[in-house]
Design a protein around this ligand. Structure first.
Ligand SMILES: Cc1cc2nc3c(=O)[nH]c(=O)nc-3n(C[C@H](O)[C@H](O)[C@H](O)COP(=O)(O)OP(=O)(O)OC[C@H]3O[C@@H](n4cnc5c(N)ncnc54)[C@H](O)[C@@H]3O)c2cc1C
Length: 302
């Protein structure tokens, strides 16, 4: 079985940055990822990443990929199913292969949170999705609902207002809690109707979703909205379920210190999957750097 000094799992800002720093330290590195860019691929513009005034997520991800590939890094575009401890080493099991390494850095990021409303799974990809940017164009000139009044929900509503004829922004809270600069723009769009205090309970339809029912938390009444598409944007959960030998928070974030070290020696966590509080691309990239330098130090001390 192929053995490496270091395996990096993840190709988002954390994983890409870690790969570049590891390669520059001449560590024998393998990078395993399902994609390049990670969550950045889900947004149509980034305006707060240093050096990029306004860039699409797709374009910035391509630049990350190009930068990583400028180094002699062994890359596998695969899904990792499990990471296990094997003596002092780690076994990384993918859908096709197994690898051993002395150290591991995970930059696994997060995935969309499920609402757990009735019929959510039934209409998955049949009118219900978790990525406005990916699915939005399917609903040109149609009526849609965006569920979620936070960062991603408000961003998704603005994006959908340019495509759909009508956007219902369904928010369980009393007011929108997204980034102020985004929230301020919502009332400027006549085709966005914000419905606060609305707890989504159920989706209905025949083969495809035709609408949703929510509880009006002020009156206790159940109300209905007919829509042709629903984007659920209620936040994200860490993709840490492939690792079970390190300490995690209740939410599933891998507990890491300021050097990205975890409870397991030789195992480092960077970016959104770790306990950093600021889930931002530039913070994840900085974390990737720290994790790689910590891993190099660990490998040299070994
Ligand atoms: C809609 C949206 C808009 C955003 N807008 C901004 C913004 O404007 N500015 C900003 O700074 N941040 C923004 N963010 C947040 C930013 O994208 C994240 O903070 C950042 O991408 C986190 O980087 P990461 O490397 O930790 O994780 P991710 O970007 O999530 O990358 C995780 C990587 O791990 C890979 N992976 C996960 N599990 C496995 C597995 N089992 N096997 C193989 N590979 C795996 C994934 O394929 C991916 O490549 C936004 C996020 C979203 C969802």
């Amino acid at each position: 079985m192929e053995k490496k000094e270091l395996i990096i799992v993840g190709g988002g800002p954390a994983g890409c940055s870690a790969a570049i720093y590891a390669a520059r330290s001449n560590v024998d590195t393998k990078m395993i990822t399902e994609d390049f860019g990670g969550q950045l691929m889900l947004t149509d513009h980034i305006s707060n990443y240093l050096g990029f005034k306004k860039e699409s997520g797709q374009s910035i991800s391509e630049k990350f990929e190009e930068h990583v590939k400028d180094y002699d890094i062994d890359i596998e575009l695969e899904k990792v199913e499990k990471i296990e401890k094997e003596g002092e080493d780690f076994r990384v099991i993918t859908t096709e292969n197994e690898f051993i390494s002395e150290a591991v850095i995970v930059g696994l990021g997060t995935k969309a949170k499920r609402l757990n409303a009735k019929n959510e799974e039934k209409f998955l990809n049949k009118g219900i999705g978790y990525c406005a940017l990916c699915d939005g164009p399917l609903y040109a000139d149609q009526e849609v609902a965006v569920v979620g009044g936070g960062y991603s929900g408000t961003e998704a509503a603005l994006y959908m207002s340019e495509i759909a004829s009508q956007v219902y922004l369904i928010n369980a809270g009393e007011e929108l809690t997204g980034e102020p600069i985004t929230v301020e723009k919502i009332p400027e769009n006549d085709n966005i109707e914000v419905i606060n205090n609305a707890f989504t309970k159920e989706f209905y339809g025949d083969e495809f979703v035709e609408g949703l029912r929510y509880e009006d938390r002020e009156t206790g009444e159940t109300k209905e909205i007919d829509v042709e598409g629903v984007m659920i944007e209620i936040g994200r959960v860490p993709r840490s379920d492939i690792v079970d030998f390190v300490e995690k928070t209740e939410e599933g974030k891998i507990i890491s210190d300021k050097h990205c070290r975890t409870s397991e020696e030789g195992f480092f966590a960077a970016g959104d999957v770790s306990t950093i509080e600021e889930e931002q691309a530039i913070v994840a990239a900085s974390d990737g750097c720290k994790a790689a330098l910590s891993a190099v130090k660990y490998l040299k001390e070994d």
